[in-house]
Design a protein around this ligand. Structure first.
Ligand code: MSP
Length: 692
């Protein structure tokens, strides 16, 4: 990389319909790691993040909470920003699409594209998915192909973007710049999508008010994705009159990396470059696509009710632990699972044990035996091949780690650094410096100096390589090594032998205390409390099934066990929590408390002495529930096994004929006898899906 080059990296801007969870933190952390590394390599780096605040989805979330869109977006955008600050995310810009400057830039982009002849007026009658803010090419009643939710039919006058004119140009882009979309699997998907034919795209809405008005025709607001994608240029000054901002745009655009989750590739690798081509602007260099963070086998998301908040991990283990876990455990580009057990295990094994021990024993022995100064390694005569092997390993690790980071192989990069951590720990054990330190003869002292110098130099290299991933801990180790501000260290100059002899150490302290015994329980408990507080203050939040208690224990039961059940079941208060109206209608908040999920019947048997009852084992994705259901008159065990049913997942358990039933099956009750007819679906639905 050319020295002093610029580097511009972006996260997607996050929807403010819900509060941040660790899925959002994942993208932000990965970008932060890349940005920090680039700064250490000497690049003039600009790291942008922000919030996506317009559109129908946000409009509805605000209305459901009884707030104006402005009040709602201010609150959630504030939460995002405060969280990134607490996590030490080193962003240089935070854009909100409700910023005045952004609106001006978006309108400027529209004008530029319109003036170039790529926008025309038409009308759209068809399906729209509000959840994905996506036009769907399907018949009325069809579900969204992306998320499976019902689409809505809309019919309105629109401005259209001539996307169809960009099919060949886009295909040429993917051909000429093979790493425009990374990884290759996503690139292939994008190419297949574009080859299948591009239709013109509606880029304005008239039935939505919460958005940026179309220039010269304000009854239209711009399509939320047109508005959102443009953030990447408006945030750095596009469309601004301010000459400093214009210079910033010239300096940083085009972006080097747009980092996105796999569900929004099309908006970044197809629509966005087409908008830019139409405006005559340079294209971003790369769209880097990562997979999903799964929790309880499903994509972590608010609508599935299976989220974990970053704060929960920060409170118990700190931000470095979360960063390390996500980069080490998830193979970047693929889906990866989050669990509290795996998090604590990684923390204890890799950080508290391996790295923590290496740092504290090396530094405390130097403090003790060499008056807190880096010792002089002894002359050649007393060197061993073991000393040289560590130096060689470190040199190799520097090279390969840099290559792995540069090619987004974070997990392997960390594994690679850990080969050096383990190598040095083994070297220390084999050389027993604590024994050498007890013999006061010259030869032992000379040997001790070499062993501790070698260990400290390896620790320095490890610390520098890990800084982008573990910014807080490595800054402290670096200071303990007496080296000052690690962020200023030029990473591309890193090599063996730079540790200054006689350098005075800083105050030596442990950096990774072992996780407390109850760390997992504390995090589960915190998550449960947050979820139930959210359920009673925001719409469409749910209590995550399986949290707060071990598998098999339903959420309500867990809540009762932790004393929070009353909170979530308490009478509703405040503007958003109206009590049932006089006509018996309930608020959306009341409905949101009912957790309806898709389950599949795994086993079924009649309950002895009860003609109407079946005892069922029902798989609801996160766990298998025992449910006793009064459906035996209509459904035989043979008939019901394998069926997908709708269950109320957060009912308090109840004993029926001595069997504890955890949930209820939803059925219509027909005729005088009230015979049950089970609720079912026209399309196949995944097990565990939430009904809303
Ligand atoms: N607002 C749009 C993006 C507009 S960018 C011009 C949007 N917002 S979002 O809040 O729904 O999601 C944004 C990003 O959050 C995803 O692309 C992804 O990077 C990240 N994630 C949200 N949930 C996630 C997981 N469960 N796992 C990994 N990343 C996830 O889409």
């Amino acid at each position: 990389m050319e020295k002093g080059a610029k580097f511009y990296i972006t996260t997607p801007i996050y929807y403010v319909n819900a509060r941040p969870h660790i899925g959002h933190a994942y993208t932000t952390i990965v970008c932060d790691v890349v940005a920090r590394r680039q700064r250490m390599l000497g690049s003039d780096t600009f790291f942008l993040t922000g919030t996506d605040e317009h559109g129908q989805k946000i409009e509805r979330s605000a209305a459901a909470a009884g707030k104006s869109p402005k009040q709602w977006t201010d609150a959630v955008a504030g939460e995002y920003r405060a969280l990134w600050d607490r996590m030490g995310i080193s962003y240089d810009g935070f854009i909100r699409t409700t910023d005045e400057r952004h609106a001006e830039g978006v309108q400027q982009l529209f004008r530029q594209i319109r003036d170039n002849g790529y926008i025309y007026k038409g009308s759209y009658t068809g399906q729209y998915c509000v959840f994905d803010e996506l036009y769907v090419d399907a018949p009325p009643g069809a579900p969204c192909p992306d998320c499976g939710r019902p689409t809505e039919t809309i019919s309105e006058e629109n401005y259209y973007f001539k996307l169809s004119e960009f099919q060949d140009k886009l295909l040429k882009l993917y051909e000429d710049t093979p790493d425009f979309v990374w990884p290759e699997t996503r690139r292939n998907e994008v190419i297949a999508f574009v080859r299948s034919g591009l239709k013109d795209l509606s880029i304005s809405r008239t039935s939505v008010r919460w958005g940026i008005p179309v220039p010269d025709d304000p009854k239209h607001v711009l399509y939320v994705w047109f508005d959102a994608d443009a953030n990447y240029i408006t945030a750095i000054g596009y469309g601004s009159d301010d000459s400093n901002l214009q210079k910033r745009f010239e300096r940083y655009w085009p972006a080097d990396v747009h980092m996105v989750g796999k569900e929004i590739v099309r908006f970044h690798a197809v629509y966005w470059p087409a908008f830019l081509m139409a405006a005559g602007l340079p294209l971003p260099k790369q769209v880097v696509v990562h997979g999903w963070l799964l929790f309880e086998q499903d994509k972590m998301s608010k609508s599935r009710g299976n989220i974990v908040r970053s704060e929960t991990v920060l409170d118990v283990l700190g931000s470095d632990a979360l960063r390390y876990f996500l980069l080490r455990e998830v193979v970047f580009g693929q889906d990866g699972s989050f669990s509290f057990d795996a998090l604590v295990q990684r923390y204890n094994a890799d950080l508290a044990n391996d790295l923590g021990n290496l740092s504290s024993r090396t530094l405390s022995m130097i403090a003790r035996y060499f008056r807190e100064q880096i010792p002089y390694p002894s002359p050649k005569a007393s060197r061993t091949s073991g000393d040289d092997a560590i130096a060689e390993l470190a040199t190799e690790v520097i090279k390969s780690t840099n290559e792995l980071f540069a090619s987004y192989q974070f997990s392997r990069a960390l594994e690679n650094v850990w080969s050096l951590v383990s190598g040095v720990n083994k070297y220390i054990v084999e050389n027993e410096p604590w024994q050498l330190g007890e013999h006061k003869d010259e030869a032992s002292l000379a040997r001790l100096a070499t062993v501790l110098y070698t260990s400290a130099e390896a620790l320095r290299i490890i610390t520098a390589l890990l800084h982008p991933v573990l910014p807080s801990a490595t800054s402290r180790i670096w200071q303990q090594l007496g080296l000052g501000d690690i962020a200023k260290f030029p990473l591309n100059e890193l090599k063996w032998g730079q540790l200054g002899l006689g350098t005075k150490l800083g105050k030596v302290e442990p950096v990774f205390p072992r996780a407390e015994k109850n760390a997992i329980e504390r995090m589960q408990q915190a998550e449960l409390e947050r979820a139930s507080a959210a359920a009673s203050s925001a719409p469409a939040q749910s209590i995550p099934a399986g949290l707060g208690a071990k598998a098999g224990q339903p959420a309500t039961q867990a809540a009762a066990a932790t004393g929070t059940a009353e909170k979530s079941a308490a009478p509703v208060q405040g503007a958003t929590q109206a009590a049932p109206a006089a006509d018996g209608r309930i608020s959306i908040d009341d409905f949101a408390k009912v957790e309806l999920r898709v389950g599949q019947v795994k086993t079924a048997e009649r309950v002895k002495g009860a003609d109407k009852l079946l005892k069922l084992e029902v798989d609801i994705g996160s766990e298998v529930r025992t449910i006793v259901a009064g459906i035996a008159e209509k459904y035989s065990p043979e008939k019901i096994i394998g069926m997908k049913v709708v269950i109320v997942a957060n009912l308090q358990p109840r004993k029926l004929r001595g069997i504890e039933s955890n949930g209820m099956i939803v059925a219509a009750s027909i005729g005088e006898k009230g015979l049950p007819v089970l609720a079912s679906f026209l399309e196949d639905v995944p097990i565990g899906a939430r009904l809303k």
